[in-house]
Design a protein around this ligand. Sequence first.
Ligand code: URA
Length: 278
Amino acid sequence: MADHAYPPPQAVAESLLAFWAEAGIDSMYLDEAVDRIAAGAVPIPRPAQAARPATAPSRPASVPDARAPAPPEALAQARALAAAAKTLEELAAAIEAFEGCPLKFEGAATKAVFSRGAPSAPVMVVGEGPGAEEDARGQPFVGRAGRLLDKMVAAAGLQERVFITNTVFWRPPGNRTPTPAEQAVCAPFVERAIELVQPRLLLLLGGASAKSMLQKDEGILALRGRWFEWRSADGGLELPAMPTLHPAFLLRQPAAKKKAWSDLVSLVQRLDRPDRPH
Ligand code: URA
């Protein structure tokens, strides 16, 4: 048997944790409880803080901590800015001007990452949040996961029929999952994008997107492949939405591609159903 380093190298540990988190595992237990006080717990050394890129704007004192619930003023400002946008270009500018999402001040490049794709697409794809390449290029899903997404979309015949965005518009530091509060302050912009694009169906990539868009607690493996009803905050707009596996997860777990493909096939069948468009 091969020897495994313990603790595992950081990259391996991160990949494994990301896999478990994506699969909906949020707690782990040993068989026996460990009394760490009696054992004289040794503090875990913290790595030195990475330097903030020179491009990151400085954070105004009024901007809340990422872990705090979304403050009502930031939500109100997001709703007002989003509602005033009459076109996707105006919406992009409104997101750019918005200062209520803490992610904007946590190391992301200055430009918000909003969308790409057909402006009146019948399918809106909502991912989690920009990664490093998206942050650098200002467009969602242009890294490895994005290239896989493009292949899947093309294979399903949806190439010119998708509009792609995320639940948040700035890269979370270290590619961590955006917090519910960060997603909540960005949600009015996602909702306005849905109103302007008027897609017929939503495809939600990964657990963080599905949970935030549908207010669900289950993991993605329980949610994927099922139809849910997405509702706007005021309940005035409803759309069928299907969660599926995130392409970044599929890169780590290629065997799961079969499941994602079957979800895409269901989506296309519903989209092209002649009798009932929804
Ligand atoms: N992952 C996402 O969820 N969104 C992106 O834009 C890129 C990677």
